[in-house]
Design a protein around this ligand. Sequence first.
Ligand SMILES: *[C@@H]1O[C@H](CO)[C@@H](O)[C@H](O)[C@H]1NC(C)=O
Ligand SMILES: *[C@@H]1O[C@H](CO)[C@@H](O)[C@H](O)[C@H]1NC(C)=O
Ligand SMILES: *[C@@H]1O[C@H](CO)[C@@H](O)[C@H](O)[C@H]1NC(C)=O
Ligand SMILES: *[C@@H]1O[C@H](CO)[C@@H](O)[C@H](O)[C@H]1NC(C)=O
Ligand SMILES: *[C@@H]1O[C@H](CO)[C@@H](O)[C@H](O)[C@H]1NC(C)=O
Length: 619
Amino acid sequence: MAILVVLLVLLFTKPGFSQKTDSNNTNVIAMRCGRNTLVNQQNFIKNRNSTFRDLRTQLLDQRLLYARAQAISSGDSVFAAVQCRNYLSTDQCVACFDESVSELLICNSGNGGFISFDNCYVRYEDYAGFYNDPYVMADADQTPTLTCGNESASQPTVFNQVIDAFLSDITKATPKTSNFYVASTRQITSENKTVYMIAQCVEGMAQDSCQTCMNSAYDTLNDCFPNTQGRFFHLACFARYSDTPFFNVNQTIDITNLLKGHSSSVAVIAAAVAGGTVLFLLVLLSWLLYRSWKKSKKTEQEFEGAVHYNYKDLQLATDDFSEENIIGKGGFGEVFKAVFDDNNVVAVKKLLLTHNGAKEEFENEVMLISNIHHRNLLRLLGWSVEGSYLLLVLEYMPNGSLDKFLWGTKRGTLNWDQRYEIIFGIARGLAHLHNEFHIKIIHRDIKSANILLSDDFKPKIADFGLARFQPEDQSQVRTKFAGTLGYTAPEYALRGVLSEKVDTYSFGIVTLEIISGKRSTEVKSGSQDTDYLIEHTWKLYEKKTHVKVIDDTLNLNQYEQEHVMKIIEIALLCTQSPASSRPTMSEVVLMLQEGQSLGKRKLTRPTFVNNQDRRIHIG
Ligand SMILES: *[C@@H]1O[C@H](CO)[C@@H](O)[C@H](O)[C@H]1NC(C)=O
Ligand SMILES: *[C@@H]1O[C@H](CO)[C@@H](O)[C@H](O)[C@H]1NC(C)=O
Ligand SMILES: *[C@@H]1O[C@H](CO)[C@@H](O)[C@H](O)[C@H]1NC(C)=O
Ligand SMILES: *[C@@H]1O[C@H](CO)[C@@H](O)[C@H](O)[C@H]1NC(C)=O
Ligand SMILES: *[C@@H]1O[C@H](CO)[C@@H](O)[C@H](O)[C@H]1NC(C)=O
């Protein structure tokens, strides 16, 4: 290809904002022009004009909502595509296209350009690769564009929850439709409002790239919450929500069928330890083949996933892994704060691998977890290998871990709304690990110390996907199973029986810790009451006085107390045995979201594995 680098320059939109409006008062969401000029620029523009005419004819005559056109000649070929949102009529689509074309005239001196409005997306380049791979050849500036409205929902907590779940569903459903387009609505009963949402990936692209782009939309668009409007644009996809209708309700697409059956083709990673190694290896192998195939198709800069870091750079950024830079110590090794010259702060987890073959396993695992994107899961940014040390580069969370806020130095600083958001976020993160990824991942070590808090106190689960790399007999509370006593489901702690319900159990325990501000293994000193948190909670629940579990530092009104009592009941449900009587994490998310009570479900006394003697307590 003659021109190897396409430099796109941001013309009049800073990523993130655009005030420009067209005459129909729709925003220019994003626009850029190619910066290279061609040998025969005049001819290139002539070709562009003719492809635009061709596109317009296709839209109008064939009543298409997506069209491609090209004018091929040596040295000044033009390839162009237009995509309208599917809720538009032909006239509306053509109107948006015309508007785009007139805006794109200012790209006259470059070798391409694109523009996105609410209603359509037009792009032309001097190469055809972008048709099927919107990211190809694009320069480093792939910053998505986010535009939020200017009004906030009247009930932010409810709004955030509903829209978050809605967006998550749209994220899952869009890549599964035949035309990568979804339009849907959802009610916010308490606000008597309907929220409208659409998402669309560029037609003809690969399904997994569509999913990647939608994941990015999911991660980014929530910065608009609880704003009543938001738009996300990236080269490959567009998503928009608003509480003002922008399509007709009879134009919605039923997505319920697309959301079913997530766990059907799932393999349990963690099962590799307990057995089923062959199946696991097969799955892993096909996954790796798929990955390398996908990699070979990508240009050098991968849009998603972790990057390889140079060990020397990490050494420098952590001041040679100095004591002062240690921000945490876990079962997996020490965690260091690393500061790069550009003030970019990350966390680096340093692991010592003890057995042969661990390195390969580790690299496979890194590939796997680097593809997991969820706002409640700590993101892996990169990795490095040096000797028998493996380094994980992770998001840095200035607020540290949840336990410090419950009983550590910052005890009592979290209010109920924040605690509830944390409980809900952990549930969503786990549901994602269990269901929303092609391989089921069981965390196995959910505990308050593994939940990190962002600067606005949103939870992020750390250490997922790494349970297998845990060194044996690290400390007295750790045993051969990859878990922590006090949090671990009895069937796993005692018999090594592993299922996703192991995480459900630990989630229940963490929830009780968040509500009570007490450690799961704490026994009130100086009292004859020697019960651990869960036994204590159960006894109060039997007497219907579980309101007493609530942390004294929280000052809750009647209504809030009732809400918390419901959540305590959900937590107890999560800690039931046998494992089959526990809900899945998706069910937990639903129960929390809809404020469900247990209904007809009967609770029985939870079982609990004692920290010191590993007796099983059945009461
Ligand atoms: C391309 O189209 C624009 C707008 O219609 C026109 O002003 C311009 O002269 C055309 N350029 C060429 C080279 O055809
Ligand atoms: C505004 O949109 C309508 C179609 O919805 C179109 O007929 C009209 O020409 C547009 N106005 C302008 C100035 O583009
Ligand atoms: C939000 O923006 C719209 C359109 O720009 C304007 O009409 C409206 O008054 C604004 N609302 C607030 C609360 O600023
Ligand atoms: C909800 O909104 C609709 C129209 O926006 C209105 O007709 C209806 O009375 C409202 N319902 C309540 C309970 O406020
Ligand atoms: C959708 O509703 C609009 C307005 O209510 C109507 O004009 C249009 O014909 C309907 N479309 C379909 C496909 O039913």
